[in-house]
Design a protein around this ligand. Sequence first.
Ligand code: ADP
Ligand code: ZN
Length: 435
Amino acid sequence: MSNYYQAEVETLPTEELKKIQSEKLVKLVKHVYDNVEYYRKKMDEKGIKPEDVKSVNDLHKLPFLTKADLRDAYPYGLLAKPLTDCVRIQSTSGTTGKRVVVFYTQHDIEIWEQCCARAIMAVGGTKEDVVQVCYGYGLFTGGAGLHGGSHKVGSLTLPMSSGNTERQIQFMMDLGSTIICCTPSYAAYIGETLKEMGYTPDDNKLKAGIFGAEPWTEEMRRDIENSLGIKAYDIYGLTEMCGPGVSFECTEQTGMHINEDFFIPEIIDPDTGEVLPEGSKGELVFTTLDKEAFPLLRYRTRDICVLSRKKCSCGRTFIKMTKPMGRSDDMLIIRGVNVFPSQIETVLLEQGYSPNYRIEVDRANNNDTLDVYVELTSEQFSDTVKDVSIKEKQLAEAVKTMLGIKPNMHLVPPKSIARSEGKAVRVVDKRKLHD
Ligand code: ADP
Ligand code: ZN
């Protein structure tokens, strides 16, 4: 039995959902054409008039928007409401360049918080819960989103923000937190610190965690579940859409339901822009349906995933997306081979290593080099130097089997790789420095 925040809409038959989407889309297209010069110009260039969009089936006629468009229009170029109607600004983390700012009206905040409330209830959250939010508060959307969602559910909310890990743990223990929200890399760090402080996973009252804002693997999920003694759920979002809560996992743990009454997803071929059929792997594109201040038509997320409308045991009818394996721009091309950092993470954790690693890519004599630094746990560290070099070779072979290219593997002492309290930075691509 699943908990819903808004049962009726979360279980709507697909045909009805499409009808609602179509109605909202037609209104939105007219609104942005009439009110936002940026959209008008883009649509005129493509020869599209608002009347050409009669339902969701016409979505493909509209032009795409990219992060470059958002940077180009910075700060007010895509604003669709007077600034006086806006009540909030949030900003992207700037993982891949200049930050983008996004505006919210009161209504935009309301629907964003609804999305997060749905996510909390989908993992069993109720007003009985104590929700510890250790995503960063501030311009980053993580803290504000889950905070608002937790209030809506009526849970007791602990607005911890990120960092100060020992204090996080003290509050978790003293106040009996039952749900924790943060990035998966920070969850792993909290798990590690709990152990160092002498706690077992049974000592805390946590039952679930809602983790997102960065790619993480199934192996990482198991690692966190074991170290915290919880069920770990995924949540996805991006500032451009609202923040966390664009999609969320239910207790089935097989992908994230997209809040389709607010966002229409498409999967496209990132090279040609062609819309791909359900079940294909490609770039995720979103159109917002309810946003007033900063509506986005066909925004290219650069996140690579697969969509599926397979029936879910939780009863929700919203389409599901797989965990994005990373953004198209996280993908490293090393000696001509496409490599996602998450593939390396899978191998490391499968082989029993810690999720504390760093990937360095460089170029020497016109050849790409790949160095992977993996931290040993203190138990593993007691091995002799000879054993370490055998392990490095074994691990390098395992990565080669996965990727087709062999890295230089470095097993490094405990605590030598910086921990992340927010989004982890795992990759250093030094080739960019030479370009
Ligand atoms: P930035 O683009 O600067 O990182 P955001 O903080 O808005 O700004 O981050 C949104 C991005 O974070 C998404 O486009 C996606 O790449 C990544 N992301 C968010 N949630 C997840 C998740 N659950 N799994 C994988 N990646 C995620
Ligand atoms: Zn479900």
